[in-house]
Design a protein. Structure first.
Length: 309
């Protein structure tokens, strides 16, 4: 799919950018002694690890269904995205908070701050390019939704994760630049520590948002309201189905939807006619919503006096 290709391209772009940035920031931290630079180096290392995890998750999700996992492995993408939030929280956020606190309590003078400034400016450019790449890929599927709505309701975890990580990276770099700059201007290294602490708080916040959204996907989210309406319409287009008693949907993965529906048929309808109607309805549903890969239709006779119908 084009959307999936865009997600992969955004992930690979972010991975390549962060790998180079992590190395340059690490060298800069050793040369300058800046805690902001060190926090950003660890941040980029965490982001690089996360993007590799997203690629692994996407690859493992393509495994064919087997006897032990009859519904397939599509949720691997959600599991690896959840691991990403844990890595970002621990390796990125908590480390930066600790380093910032340590630098505030025991400030140390920066050496060669110009090196830090140059590296940060270059990193802002590279991270900005990665963010633009992710934003372009997201715009292909975002529709009329706001960015926050897209992040909240997207069923594929890769693009929202990359968008949040890249936006956090650019913001963190700007904060680090201010921290280093104020330290140079005032001669007070506490500003470098404050910048590091702010970066840590930002990463923790992003990690919490990612964890909450991915947890919802892991538990099992229903199809969008638009797709539910299309499925219902397709079912009722079958002449031998009188009504939809209830309809349940759940995403097994971003591009795999489980549909379970109970419909009514007229009394006296032959089994052969019900079978034909069911096959016809399933074909209509798949035509209307192609990601509906698993469809279970239960025919029944409508009895409003009975509960559960």
């Amino acid at each position: 799919m084009a959307a999936e290709g865009g997600s992969t391209r955004a992930v690979v772009t972010a991975l390549a950018a962060n790998l180079g940035i992590a190395v340059s920031k690490g060298v800069g931290a050793l040369v300058t002694g800046s805690s902001s630079m060190l926090a950003e180096a660890v941040h980029s290392l965490a982001d690089t690890t996360n993007q590799a995890l997203l690629l692994v998750g996407g690859r493992r999700a393509k495994k064919a269904a087997d006897e032990q996992h009859p519904f397939g492995y599509a949720r691997e993408r959600y599991i690896y995205a959840f691991i990403v939030s844990i890595v970002l929280f621990t390796l990125g956020g908590l480390f930066a908070l600790y380093e910032g606190y340590h630098k505030i309590v025991e400030p140390t003078e920066l050496t060669s701050p110009l090196v830090a400034v140059i590296i940060l400016v270059i990193a802002i450019g590279l991270e900005g390019y990665a963010l633009i790449t992710a934003a372009k890929a997201a715009n292909e599927i975002r529709g009329g939704r706001s960015w926050w709505q897209f992040i909240r309701h997207a069923k594929a975890p890769e693009l929202p994760t990359i968008l949040l990580e890249d936006a956090g990276a650019v913001t963190g770099l700007v904060v680090a630049l201010f921290g280093v700059g104020l330290t140079v201007l005032t001669g007070n290294a506490v500003f470098d520590g404050i910048g590091t602490f702010v970066i840590g708080a930002l990463l923790v916040a992003i990690a919490v948002v990612l964890a909450m959204e991915t947890k919802s996907l892991l538990v099992g989210e229903a199809a969008s309201k638009a797709n539910v309406a299309k499925i219902r319409e397709a079912l009722l287009a079958e002449p031998r189905f009188d009504r939809v008693i209830h309809l349940r949907t759940m995403h097994l993965g971003p591009d795999e939807l489980l549909v379970a529906v109970k419909v009514t048929v007229a009394r006296g309808t032959l089994a052969e006619e019900i079978s034909e109607a069911t096959n016809s309805a399933e074909a209509r549903v798949r035509a209307a919503v192609p990601i509906a890969t698993l469809i279970f239709v239960e025919p029944d006779v409508y009895q409003p006096s009975l509960s559960g119908q």
